[in-house]
Design a protein around this ligand. Structure first.
Ligand code: PLP
Length: 393
């Protein structure tokens, strides 16, 4: 018996453990100081009432023989897939309900989607980005290339015509940088993918945060239906990080080696996934009802207000940043040439504010820092006041 040797190639990521350890040590040494956490990558507001009502109703259905449900469809119930297709239509993107696969979240799909691709494919991954893409492909043993980005590109990695790849991950709005692609930038990626016969895996987990006139879906770009899969989630859109529900869209036109990737994914899910529970799919459908949309929007507005407080403070301090407008994340350049960890320590010591060092998201994150908008208005306001005082000294 041999283990999957690729696990030996994973680079240990101690970032979040180190953040927690340093924060705990600081708290123990300074019990009088109130620590404010702007490193949170999880939602904090409760579910929309319309969503909870629908979930409760779904649970009630399970109480009675007449309405009880057993195994769900692997690909999700039609009523939810139709709601999702209508949601896309609401921002002008046409997809078919039967192209939607309901899942337990985007993280699983980001990793599992690799099952339908050969191990030999070269994968192109932006830097900095959500670390799951890298680790999932290291586990699968695929060669990985990086698409670097920095201030010159406003942290939006663009294709390099001298680099060839088979699978391309894109994330917009990006975690951790909060930067979001324009239609013309996405068109460049689509053209590049088509030229290379590559497939784009487009992570749209933060699409609901987009406020400007920017694409909410890769399928708003001409030609994307022949080269892209979209992964999305209700985690940040509707506070489902604990409830668990996401969806992946695979157009019927997406064909490689004579096979529809849609059918390969169906086969994969039918073999290794037994669907999302009835009550959760009822709750998910309620997200897309008019009432659910209004209530979820209120939560998104709440986070946006926090993001704006952080952004306006950085404007005043003259600190470079991306994000905050179309994203819950603000990605800033550490002041005075500090490294990510130096700034982490400085901010903790001077302001008792916790953020996330950028280097945990790729080597292009060195010297940058992520703040999030998931704390309360009051705590965020207090945190930015302290941050301003610390950075003015
Ligand atoms: N994709 C990105 C870019 C994320 O930042 C996250 C979570 O932080 C996920 C996917 C995971 O989403 P889910 O909760 O649906 O698994």
């Amino acid at each position: 018996m041999k283990i999957n040797d690729n696990f030996n190639k994973l680079v240990p990521n101690y970032l979040f453990a180190d953040v927690a350890r340093k924060t705990n040590e600081f708290a123990a040494a300074h019990p009088e100081r109130e620590i404010i956490r702007l490193g949170i990558g999880d939602v904090t507001l409760p579910l929309a009432p319309a969503v909870v009502d629908a979930m409760q109703k779904g649970c009630e259905d399970l109480r009675f023989r007449e309405t009880f449900k057993g195994y769900p469809e692997y690909e999700g119930y039609d009523f939810l897939r139709e709601r999702i297709a209508e949601y896309y239509q609401s921002f002008g993107v046409k997809i078919k309900a039967d192209e939607v696969f309901v899942s337990d979240g985007a993280k699983s799909d980001c990793g599992n989607i690799g099952d339908i691709f050969s191990q030999d494919n070269t994968v192109l991954i932006p830097d900095p980005v959500y670390p799951v893409y890298v680790d999932a492909n290291i586990m699968a043993g695929r060669p990985i290339l990086y698409a670097p980005s920095g201030q010159d590109e406003h942290f939006l990695a663009m294709p390099d015509k001298n680099v060839r790849a088979d699978i391309i991950y894109l994330c917009s709005p990006n975690n951790p940088t909060g930067a979001a692609y324009s239609a013309s930038q996405l068109k460049e990626w689509v053209d590049y993918a088509r030229k290379n016969n590559a497939v784009i895996l487009y992570d749209a987990a933060y699409e609901a945060f987009i406020r400007d006139d920017l694409p909410r879906s890769i399928f708003s770009i001409d030609g994307a239906r022949e080269c892209a899969i979209e992964l999305c989630s209700l985690s940040k859109t509707a506070g489902f990080t604990g409830v668990r529900c996401g969806y992946t869209v695979i157009p019927h036109e997406l064909v490689r080696d004579g096979k529809k990737l849609h059918d390969l994914w169906y086969r994969r899910q039918a073999t290794k996934f037994n669907g999302v529970s009835w009550a959760v799919q009822c709750a998910a459908a309620a997200v897309f009802s008019p009432e659910g949309q209004r209530q979820c929007r209120k939560n998104l507005d709440y986070y946006h207000k926090n993001a704006q407080m952080i952004a306006r403070t950085l404007d005043k301090l003259g600190i470079y940043y991306t994000g905050g407008q179309n994203s819950p994340y603000i990605w800033l350049k550490c002041p005075n040439g500090m490294s990510s960890w130096q700034f982490f320590d400085y901010l903790l010591e001077k302001a008792a504010v916790v953020g996330t060092p950028g280097e945990g998201f790729g080597s292009c994150g060195k010297g940058y820092f992520r703040l999030t908008s998931f704390n309360s208005h009051e705590k965020t306001a207090e945190a930015v006041e302290r941050l301003a005082a610390a950075c003015q000294n």
